[in-house]
Design a binder for this molecule. Sequence first.
Ligand code: BTN
Length: 261
Amino acid sequence: MTASQPSGAQMIVPRLSSFYELRSYDTLDSTNEEARRLAEDGAASGTLVWSVMQDEGRGRRGRAWSSPAGNLYASLILRPDCEPYTAAQLSLVAALAIHQAVATALPTPERALVKWPNDILIGGRKVAGILLESRLQTGNKLDWLIIGSGINVVTCPDDQERPATSLHDEDSGADVVKVLEDYASAFEHFYQLWLAEGFSPVRRAWLDKAHGVGEEIEVRLENETFSGVFDGLDEDGALRLQTSDGLRLVTSGDVFLPSSN
Ligand code: BTN
């Protein structure tokens, strides 16, 4: 791990608003892990950890996140005054922000879509993922929340079960600094919207970009797999699934669509 100043590959300093306090690294174990260490040490809301590479990048459900140089690895510390259940909506806020950064970088922006709960797809292939981690304080309030974002800018893993892509594979010449700037700017916009007006406008914007609404999908939980028709989101962000047994609200899990397996 190197000191928290731009060096080597990160000589170009991203232009970010005063909402953010940027900490840049050449390499880290995981930006989420460094953000957690900083949050435990009292780092302010808006601290943004960015690394060129990660040795132990992690994805959801204990999966590894391949992290070579050239892609974006960033983790944002937030301290919203809310309960964990509500804070989970910030994963959809982050998905919208990544979606905007990705769409801006593409020659055909409409090919970018969001997939519940926190993937961004281009043409059905995953280009970005989000990992939310949090710690509670007493009274079921959040102490901190970390939003880890991984965006495949120049490369992507070769995964048969979860097909992936990168911006470069999709004919974009985007570079990681520009993608970080666009993501940070869009995140600030959608976060302020969420703080000011709640989840409702975020939900609408997310559904407008959602992959697979009205289609038959499969939901995989730790110990259960079931399917039904993806019927949008409820007012808190849970996935509405119309199954043969009626409406089921899903608050966690992996979603698989016939067209994006
Ligand atoms: C997923 O789709 O499984 C979530 C992937 C999240 C990866 C990012 S990269 C930056 C941050 N640091 C990590 O170790 N993970 C997240």
